[in-house]
Every structure is written in C-alpha cells, then in structure tokens.
Design a protein around this ligand. Sequence first.
Ligand code: NAP
Length: 532
Amino acid sequence: MQYPISGGQIIGFSESRSGSQTFQSTNPATGSLNEWHFLEATPQEADRAMQMARQAFRVYRQKPGPARAAFLRRIAELLEEGAEALVPLYVAESGLPEGRARGELGRTTGQLRKFADQAEDGSWMAATIDTADLARQPIPKPDLRKCLAPLGPVVVFGASNFPLAFSTAGGDTASAFAAGCPVVVKGHPLHPATGEWVARAIQQAAEQTGMPEGVFSHLQGTTHSLGASLVQHPATAAVGFTGSRAGGLALAALGQGRQVPIPVFAEMGSINPVLLLPEALSAGDKWAAAYAQSVTLGTGQFCTNPGLLIGLEGEALEGFRETLAREMNQIPQACMLGEGIAARYIRMQETLLQENGVRRIGAPAAAPGVNCVPPTVAAVSGSDFKASPTLQEEVFGPFTLVVGCRDEGEMLQVLESLEGQLTGTVLASEAECGQYRVHIAALESRVGRILFNGVPTGVEVGPAMHHGGPFPATTDSRFTSVGADAIYRWARPVSYQNAPQELLPEALRDANLLGIWRTIDGVPTRESIHNE
Ligand code: NAP
C-alpha cells in the first residue's frame, strides 16, 4: 500500500491545499530536514473540516455498531498492509527505532480492532429499560429507557511521543469512531508525514466502508491558533489531548470559555511516584537494574516514566541510588523526539538540580549524538522535597529524583504532598504491604493506577486498565484514554419516556435485535421484551 505524502489537508474525501505557509519535519537522529513540505491549514480549512464533521454526524451516529466496526477494522488492515511504507516515515520523523515503530503499529491496530469489537457488541451503550406499571399507586409508572448516545464531532490532538498509538488513528480516534463520533485530527507537527499517511488510510477506509464524507479530517499546522480554532468551533463537541500541561490547560480553558462549554479530556503527564520500601531495597540490585531500564525506556519519553522514587534514607537507599545511576549511564542513549523536547529536558533538569538540597548522583554521561541527552539520577531529602513545588514538575526524558525520607512519618508527609498522578508503584514485601497500609493508601488516593513490585512503564490495553488520574495528570480523573472505557469520554446518557418503538434507538427497542446485554427492570439480560 502506497500513499503520496503531498503535504495538504485531508478534508472529507478530498485533499485541500489552500494555505501558503509551509513547514517541514526534522529527523531527530540526524538533525536534518526531512524531504516533505507541509502546508499550514488555513482558518477556512479548519472551518470546512468542522462543518463537514457536523454534517457527517447526522448520518454516522445512526450507523449500526457492525458498520462502525467494519470501518475500524478496515483502517487496521490498511495500516498493516502499508507497514513497509509507514514504518520508515515513523522512524525518519521520531528518531525511534524500527522495532518500536512496528510494536506501536501492532498496538494501534490492536486498539482499532478492540474498539471495533466494542462497537459491534454494543453493550457499552449501557441500555437500561424500566418497563411501565400503569397500575402503580398513587401514580402510574412510565416506560423509561436509557442508553448512551454519541456526543458529536471530536477534535483529537496527536501526541509527539506516540506517532501512531496516540495520534491520527490512535486510541482517541478509534474510541470516538466506535462511539459514533466523527473526528478531526490536529496532527502533531513533529510527525506530519506519518500523520498524513495514516490519514489517507483512514480516508480510504471511510470511502470503502460507506461512511459519510466528513467522518474524518486531518489538519496540519505548527501554530497554536489552528488548535485553538478547532476547540472553539461551534461544531466541536469534545476534545482529546495528550501532551504538555501548558498545552492541556490552555485547551481546557478554551473549552470551558466557549459560549457552549465542552469537555477537554487532556492527559498531561505525570512523574509516577514509586514507594521503595526497605525489604524490597534489600533484595540486591534487581530493582535498580529494572528502574534503570524503565527510566530510560524510549529515552524517558513516556507519560508513565518513573520520575520520583521515595524511600527511607540509609545505606540501602544510598546503594540503590548509586547502582541506578551507574546502570543508567551504561544504557546506550538514543535521541529525543525533537530539538525542542531535548532542549526542554536539559532546561528542566537544570532547574530541578538547582533547587535547594538537590544533588546529582554520579557524573553525567556524555551525550553521543544529535538530540541525545544525559540520563540523570538526582537526590533530595524529604524535607527539601516538601518545600519545593518545582520538584514535582515533569522532566520529560531519562530523569528521576530519589527522595530520601528521615523516617516513616516524613515519608507519609511526602506522599500526602504529591499532586495527582497517572500511576503510583509500591515495591514491598508481603509483610510491608500490611505494615505500610497508610502510606499505600496515601499513594492510592493520588493516582489512577497503583501497581505492586513492577515498573509503571508499559500500559496494558485492556478493559480493566485505567490510564487517567487526579488533576493535574488529567483534566478528569473519572475517564481513561487507554482501554475499553476510553469510549465513555465521547458519549452521554439520554432517557426516553413513553417513546414509540420506532423512535427508540435500536438498543432500547423491545426486540433485542443487537443481541446486547441490557438491564431490564433491574436484571441484566440479552432477552427481548415480549408483550402479550
Ligand atoms: P505540546 O506542546 O503540549 O503539544 C501537543 C499538541 O498540542 C501539539 O499539536 C500542539 O500544537 C498543541 N498545542 C500545545 N499548546 C497549545 C495551545 N496553547 N493552544 C493550541 N494548541 C496547542 O506537547 P509536545 O509537543 O508533545 O511536547 C512538549 C512537551 O510536552 C514535552 O517536552 C513534555 O514535557 C510534554 N509531553 C508530555 C507527554 C505526556 O505523555 N504527558 C507527552 C508528550 C509531551 P502546536 O504546537 O502546533 O500549537
């Protein structure tokens, strides 16, 4: 499968080339410009994409689950068929190795198929029927039926660190399509060729499976004004975003400031605290080696990167810190995703190292190539950590801060001072899990996922995953951007009272033609309602 990279906007079933300003992506591994030129989308193109999405919503929302599923599965097939063309684009724009590209492609097509299954199954709509009781006293009980309905056009901001799995055809897009929402993607400017290629595959899949024109558009640009105009457009019903806190907060404020406010589901990263309990540290160098891998995985450019390790000061913690720093320096360094991200890492790392009481562990390794950065382990006492809000800021990259607490009381205070996080990890023996219950509970209250005796990097895409967390990790801790429940961001409940059968959504009619699980008069069932 070959698609041209021509640098235009993909709007509905056409390509649009109205803009005059162009930009190029850079190969982060070499520092040289990639060959393709991309047009910046104009305000008129942004408006057209949103107007078409609004039109398409009227048709797409009525498409039965199996039809949406066919669309999602076709996207997955086209991505797989084109892997040999797509992978080199990904590598040239991200600097990430080919193996990562192929792994992420597999995750992306897996997500598309999981959301296809969900769309087809339809049980996610949570169809609930309370049948009428006309004999009820003192007043008759009405027939009341409720299910989830799609919100409307969704704007998705692709993430720099996942050019496939959190970008054009990533989890936000797939879950929105599954829910019945058209999608307009604002491509990430670091990987516009990857974005355009994937957008063309989605465009083709939409045409081949009979989806309405406008169900998908893809706009490129390097200015905040493009993203802002999409969030502010009256046709936009919701927004999915993964990226920086500054970006997420700016877009969330725009979503709230509209005449009709809309939800902006922003995942803004996290420092993913790890509680290092004494018996775990006494188990040799196992955890230092595992954390050296986890902190440097993908050059630390993961939202689940463990950026904060909290232990009790003493010989064991000291040994752990030294081994961790040594191991991290031995891991071959790869480039970061872009010059700006590498520069931000250096700046943030220096800012944190200058905070009161913070010291670097070991000597910094030389950074061998373009956009490469030295991995860093820093250390600070519990009291200095508590005194500095700066020390809770994300250093996006291979950085971690080890907090040495004076005693268990201070350790609890440190945990209680933490901001909201995507994940929290506990390294503990079985006995410590009981002994440190209060500490573990304090950590749990601040995170969306708590894990035991492992590393937080590596997010399983499954029904029980929650990839979200209290603010500022995300703008709404009740929702996830990974796993089956991601679909609930794009839907709202609607109740129908005494509605005629033909006006009800299929999911709520007496005959359960979709064969979905429904709750009828309090009982989960797949049965139809039979009226004598
Ligand atoms: P970003 O700067 O937040 O940008 C993400 C997307 O949002 C881009 O398309 C950007 O487009 C748009 N955007 C950002 N601020 C905006 C604003 N005020 N108004 C409208 N649109 C806006 O993230 P990034 O480029 O991926 O990386 C920058 C930093 O974000 C990293 O160094 C890292 O600290 C953090 N980050 C965190 C995660 C995570 O998982 N938490 C992931 C990636 C990055 P334009 O720039 O074209 O406007």
